[in-house]
Design a protein around this ligand. Structure first.
Ligand SMILES: NC(=O)c1ccc[n+]([C@@H]2O[C@H](COP(=O)([O-])OP(=O)(O)OC[C@H]3O[C@@H](n4cnc5c(N)ncnc54)[C@H](OP(=O)(O)O)[C@@H]3O)[C@@H](O)[C@H]2O)c1
Length: 226
C-alpha cells in the first residue's frame, strides 16, 4: 500500500517477512483472531497476493514490517540467519519469531547437529532480538482449517524470554490454534525434530503434509504457577 500510516501507527500489527506457504497460513490464523498483519516479500507480487486474501493483511515496505513489535520470519533456514544479520539494528528488542524446520534438500534430514536448532542459531546472530520459536510443527496445508479430523491443532511456543513468549501466545488468542508454552528456546531442538519426524511419517502413510501435532488433554490448558 502507499498509505500505510494507519498500520504504522498501530502497535498491535504483526510483521511477517516472506509471503509463501507458511506466511499465507499464519496470516490467515492471525486474521481470524482479528490481528492486523503487515507483510513483506522480496517478490512484491507475492506480498500483494497474500494481502488480497484477507482484509486484515496489508503489503508494506520492509521498513514498516520491521517496525512491528512482533516480526515473524516466514523464510527458510539459513536465510533466516542472513536476514537477521542484515537487519540486526532494526530487530533489537523485537519479538522475533522463528518458524523454521532446517531440513536438507531431500526434506528428510535436519541440517543441524542435535546440540542446536535453527531458533538458537538465530538467537546467536540476533542477540538483541527476543527470539521465540512457534508454528514449525504446523504444516502450511493444515493452517487454513487449524484443525484436523475435527481436532484443534496445537502450536508450541518456546523462548528464553518469558515475556516475549507470553506476547506471542496472547497474539494467537482467537486464531483457532491452541498455543502451548513449550518452555525454553533449546526445546526448539525437539520441535524441529518433531516436524522432521512428522514429515517422515507423513511420507510413510501417504499423507504428504496433511498431518499435525496434538498434546493431550485437548481441553484449554493453563500453566501451573511455578
Ligand atoms: N511449508 C510448510 O508446511 C512448513 C511447515 C513448518 C515450517 N515451515 C518453515 O517455514 C518457513 C517458510 O517455509 P515456506 O514453505 O512458507 O517457504 P516458501 O513457500 O518458499 O516461502 C518463503 C517466501 O519468503 C520469500 N523470501 C525468502 N527470503 C526472503 C527475504 N530475505 N526477504 C523477504 N522474503 C523472502 C521467498 O521468496 P523467494 O521464493 O523469491 O525466495 C518466498 O516467497 C521455512 O523456515 C520452513 O522451514 C514450513
Amino acid at each position: 500500500v502507499t498509505d500505510g500510516q494507519a498500520h504504522r501507527a498501530d502497535p498491535t500489527a504483526i510483521g511477517l517477512v516472506g509471503a509463501g506457504h507458511m506466511a499465507s497460513g499464519i496470516a490467515g490464523r492471525l486474521a481470524a483472531g482479528g490481528r492486523l498483519v503487515r507483510v513483506y516479500d522480496s517478490d512484491p507480487e507475492s506480498a500483494s497476493t497474500l494481502a488480497g486474501a484477507h482484509t486484515e493483511v496489508e503489503a508494506h515496505p520492509l521498513e514498516a514490517v520491521l517496525a512491528a513489535s512482533i516480526v515473524i520470519l516466514a523464510i527458510r533456514y539459513p536465510g533466516t540467519l542472513e536476514f537477521a544479520r542484515d537487519h540486526a539494528d532494526e530487530l533489537a528488542e523485537t519479538v522475533l519469531v522463528d518458524i523454521s524446520t532446517p531440513l536438507d534438500d531431500t526434506y528428510e534430514h535436519l541440517v543441524l547437529a542435535p546440540g542446536t536448532s535453527g531458533a538458537e542459531e538465530l538467537a546467536k546472530v540476533a542477540p538483541a532480538a527476543r527470539v521465540v520459536k512457534a508454528f514449525n510443527t504446523n504444516l502450511a496445508v493444515t493452517l487454513p482449517a487449524a484443525n484436523l479430523d475435527g481436532i484443534q491443532l496445537d502450536t508450541f511456543v518456546a523462548s528464553d524470554d518469558p515475556d516475549a513468549k507470553a506476547v506471542v501466545i496472547a497474539a494467537l488468542a482467537g486464531s483457532g490454534l491452541r498455543a502451548l508454552d513449550a518452555g525454553r528456546l533449546a526445546n526448539s531442538r525437539v520441535l524441529e525434530a518433531m516436524a522432521a519426524f512428522g514429515i517422515e511419517l507423513g511420507d510413510r502413510y501417504g499423507l504428504g503434509q496433511a498431518f499435525g501435532f496434538k498434546y493431550l488433554p485437548s481441553r484449554p490448558l493453563t500453566p501451573a504457577a511455578s
